[in-house]
Design a protein around this ligand. Structure first.
Ligand code: NAD
Length: 437
């Protein structure tokens, strides 16, 4: 394919040389004469492992050259890849003016021509930018609607400086947030020869994955450093501890727990976070992540309460009281906390949780219930069908298969607030709302 790459910085220079290596014909575009001259002499405009050799080889073969003239570059190519900078602006949001400008230049270059062209945004931009900001800009500049001959996609870049050529050749995945089938196909075709899963999604999801990834990487670094500050006084070699910790790919380094929904609770997570905070406090080590984790969990509880209150209806039936399904353990259950808040706000509340109910009858959890939440006894509903019928709002934490069946059958016309992310609930005829999606 013939590709124009706008912005010959770290992303653009690496992409240019690597796409040329894959056999594409690449024209780099930049406002910097120095960078253009370097490339045309066969020299890389950045310092990176392998990039000097790749650039020299591609230029020699005639697969890579650079120019300043955006319109000429668009005129000679099938795809424009935008990798200009998006530095932090005054208000903390990224400054998208360079991307805007380039997209307008590309649109203007396409105006009045008959050529088909796909614009691929590679710069990191906030969710919604491609569809809500760049698509209208491109349409306006080109003087026509997208989707006929002009196409637009967002394709995030995951390379790490210092090993960016290796990362280009072996990316974790190739994500394409395409606005049309052609946009997807053209963008995917760029990566023919790169071994990685190609995932098609909508542009806003693709944009958010890039931000999520970097926020997650930052969090991992800060977590490791915070763990070291907290544990060092206990004579722990945290390098060794974290090395072993990372070997758990079932719970620690895995998709486990990475599902938005409701707050965590139970007998272990809050208690052990508090143990870490107390260790930190003992040695006056800063532990903002551990503390903020508890605060963020509390915020999720408040978000659920806000979502329920925003419905402006009552009474409420809550499905699930134990801290997770399949147990009767009520210790630090966020559902207990939510129920308490609802009672505090004067809600008429019913609670369905057969595990808790059975343990109350069998006496297992009797002591906890009688001591901590005696007022809950009268709220426990035995019959899920009756509890659904009596509710205006159903709050779904968790339920047995039979009780979930009662919601699916009888939930029509009710408001259903899903804290669990159970996709079956979305089509039960209720007015479905998720707290976290
Ligand atoms: N550097 C990384 O490791 C990395 C990784 C993934 C994503 N990103 C994202 O990719 C984007 C680019 O990052 P970078 O580090 O390559 O930036 P950079 O600052 O190194 O390069 C940007 C280039 O764009 C050029 N430019 C500015 N306006 C232009 C215009 N109108 N026409 C043509 N060129 C123009 C600049 O001269 C510069 O050469 C950013 O959004 C960044 O967040 C960067």
């Amino acid at each position: 394919m013939k590709i124009a790459i706008f912005g010959l910085g770290y992303v653009g220079a690496v992409s240019g040389a690597c796409f040329a290596e894959l056999g594409h014909e690449v024209i780099g575009v930049d406002i910097s004469d120095a960078k253009i001259n370097l490339i045309n002499r066969g020299e890389a405009p950045i310092v990176e492992e392998m990039i000097a050799e790749l650039t020299a080889g591609a230029v020699k073969l005639g697969k890579l050259r650079a120019m300043k003239d955006a319109a000429a570059a668009v005129g000679e190519t099938d795809v424009s890849l935008v990798s200009v900078g998006t530095p932090t602006g005054r208000d903390g949001a990224p400054d998208l003016s360079y991307v805007d400008h380039v997209v307008e230049e590309i649109g203007a270059a396409l105006r009045g021509t008959a050529k088909s062209h796909t614009v691929v945004i590679r710069s990191t931009i906030p969710p919604g930018s491609t569809e809500q900001r760049l698509a209208p800009l491109l349409e306006k500049a080109a003087g026509e609607k997208l989707g006929a001959r002009i196409h637009l996609a967002f394709n995030p870049e995951f390379l790490r400086e210092g090993r960016s050529v290796r990362d280009f050749r072996q990316p974790p995945f190739t994500i394409i947030g395409a606005l049309s089938d052609v946009a997807f196909e053209q963008t995917a075709a760029l990566y023919a020869g790169v071994e990685s899963e190609v995932i098609r999604t909508d542009p806003a999801t693709a944009e958010s994955i890039k931000l999520l990834s970097n926020a997650w990487h930052g969090l991992k670094v800060a977590f490791a450093n915070e763990a070291a500050r907290i544990l060092k006084p206990s004579q722990v070699d945290v390098r060794k501890a974290l090395e072993i910790f990372a070997k758990d790919t079932v719970l620690n380094i895995s998709p486990a727990y990475l599902r938005p929904g409701f707050a965590f609770g139970g007998s272990c997570l809050p208690k052990d976070l508090r143990a870490m905070i107390s260790l930190a406090d003992r040695s006056q080590a800063a532990a903002p992540i551990m503390k903020a984790t508890l605060m963020s969990n509390e915020a999720q509880l408040d978000a659920a309460l806000t979502a329920i209150r925003a419905c402006g209806r009552r009474p409420v039936t809550l499905f699930g009281l134990a801290f997770k399904p399949g147990t009767d353990d009520l210790r630090e259950s966020p559902y207990v906390a939510l129920a308490e808040k609802l009672i505090g706000k004067g809600y008429d509340l019913r609670i369905v949780d057969p595990f808790v109910d059975a343990s109350r009858l069998m006496g297992k959890n009797k002591e906890f219930i009688e001591r901590e939440i005696p007022h809950f006894v009268d709220l426990m509903a035995r019959d899920a069908e009756d509890a659904v019928d009596a509710a205006e709002i159903i709050v779904y934490g968790h339920a047995t298969g039979v009780d979930k069946g009662a919601i699916l059958e009888r939930g029509v016309g009710k408001i259903l607030i899903d804290l669990s992310g159970d996709r079956d609930l979305e089509c039960c005829g209720a007015d479905y709302k998720g707290v976290a999606w």
